[in-house]
Design a protein around this ligand. Structure first.
Ligand code: GAR
Length: 427
């Protein structure tokens, strides 16, 4: 999940719209980590505090006026804002009623995408001098019949960056600047800002798949976070009704699959199995009952490879689905795929921030056709520090059509873990 800093100067109703969007799930690819106000009296600060978001005030009154005049003050203010931003290093900055124009130098050095909400339909009534109520006064004086709001990216031209979203609002005969401002906020700003911020965060979020997801089938990821915590993920996708009627359930520290509907004519042997078992600190993850084979071999003092050499791809003609497996030990992990083309094993040491990803099919979905098996080596994936964010992104990337269940587990150093479990029956 990306980090968002919100810069404010006033009432903070747009900040509130973002906080609400975060609560009701519209804003899910980023979270507000910080609010910075250029005004110590801004009510936006109260809103941030009520939502438990850390705040900073960087107001011109706090900056001593030096010989350099107003420009030097602006420069000092900006460097103080940059300092405050460094506490969180946000990927996205939202100007939500922030009444200062940021310099080219600030925009280039902040290291984030900056999004602004402006209360008119850009390119009308925008640029230097057009802010807050002044915009609505100018709109009413001009006699136009339509105004609105614009969300745009910030560049060195005031209100001149790429437009991300716009919404029009009609002007009514008895409008005052205040009434019009309120309607533009309610009908346009609070609606388009959260959606545009979500779209930008989603676009910037690191992807687990390096290609658009079609039908990768079942998948295993093992690896470790930038700080060295071990992690694993296992997902299943399905196309048939019986395959879709499955759920993951925790069973102590292990995982089982259950059917939500029982079909008498249906043989569940290939879709009901224990995907995750643990023997003596070794974590076994597979897409079939070879989990038990590996478990039994380890118990008998034998290896992961010895166990899997006794097994084969699945007998589900015409696909011959590969069996994918992984084992994670305290020092590293192995992955394996048993295909018609052969039996393959891959071995890795833990590397901070890196994982490997193997899936059963080569990500094609052609109705009625044979599903081509995964080709090549496990893909390397970047592993972020936060379990929930990783799990949410993976579930999102799998898409609503075929995803069935996902389990993600992040270990702490002491062997305890955090986990996340999704079942599509709960979508
Ligand atoms: C909003 O109408 C916003 O679009 C505008 O200030 C108001 C702040 O309200 N921004 C600009 O004029 C920027 N040029 P809020 O503090 O309640 O969100």
């Amino acid at each position: 999940m990306l980090k968002i800093s919100v810069l404010v100067s006033g009432g903070g109703t747009n900040l509130q719209a973002l906080i609400d969007a975060q609560r009701n799930g519209i804003l899910k690819s980023g979270r507000i980590v910080q609010v910075i106000s250029s005004n110590e009296k801004a009510y936006a600060l109260e809103r941030a505090k009520a939502a438990g978001i850390p705040t900073d005030v960087i107001a011109p009154s706090a900056v001593p006026v030096r010989e350099g005049g107003p420009l030097a003050v602006e420069g000092l203010l900006e460097s103080k804002i940059l300092e405050a931003l460094k506490k969180f290093n946000p990927e996205v900055i939202v100007l939500a009623g922030f009444m200062k124009i940021l310099s080219k130098n600030f925009i280039e050095s902040c290291g984030a995408k900056i999004i602004n909400i402006h209360p008119s339909l850009i390119p009308s009534f925008c640029g230097r001098g057009f802010y807050g109520l002044k915009v609505h006064e100018a709109v009413l004086n001009s006699g136009v019949k339509l105004t609105g709001a614009t969300v745009h990216l910030v560049n060195e031209v005031p209100d001149g960056g790429e437009i991300l979203a716009q919404k029009a609002v009609e002007i009514l005969p008895d409008d005052t600047p205040e009434r019009l401002q309120r309607r533009v906020m309610e009908q346009a700003e609070w609606v388009i800002l959260p959606r545009a911020v979500e779209a930008v965060c989603k676009e910037l979020s690191p992807k687990i798949f390096q290609y658009p997801v079609k039908y990768p089938g079942r998948g295993i990821i093992t690896g470790c976070t930038p700080s060295g915590r071990r992690m694993l993920a296992y997902f299943i996708m399905g196309r048939s009704a019986s395959s879709k009627a499955r759920i993951f359930e925790r069973s102590g520290d292990e995982l089982i699959i259950k059917l939500t509907k029982q079909d008498k004519n249906f043989d569940p042997s290939l879709i009901l199995y224990a995907p995750l078992r643990i023997f003596d600190g070794n974590i076994i993850i597979t897409n079939g009952d070879q989990t038990d084979t590996v478990y039994d071999f380890l118990k008998a003092g034998k290896t992961f490879e010895e166990a899997l050499r006794t097994r084969d791809y699945e007998p589900d003609e015409p696909h011959y689905t590969p069996r994918i497996s992984a084992i994670m030990t305290p020092s590293g992990y192995k992955q394996s795929i048993l295909k018609r083309a052969g039996k393959f094993f891959f071995e890795y040491k833990f590397e901070p921030g890196l994982g490997h990803f193997i899936h059963t099919y080569n990500n094609d979905v052609m109705p009625g056709k044979i599903l081509p098996s995964f080709i090549g080596e496990p893909r390397s994936v970047k592993i972020p520090e936060d379990c929930e964010g990783f799990a949410n992104s993976l579930w999102e990337e799998l898409g609503p059509d075929y995803r069935v269940a996902l389990y993600v587990r992040y270990y702490d150093e002491d062997g305890k873990y955090k986990d996340a479990l999704f079942n599509s029956v709960n979508d």
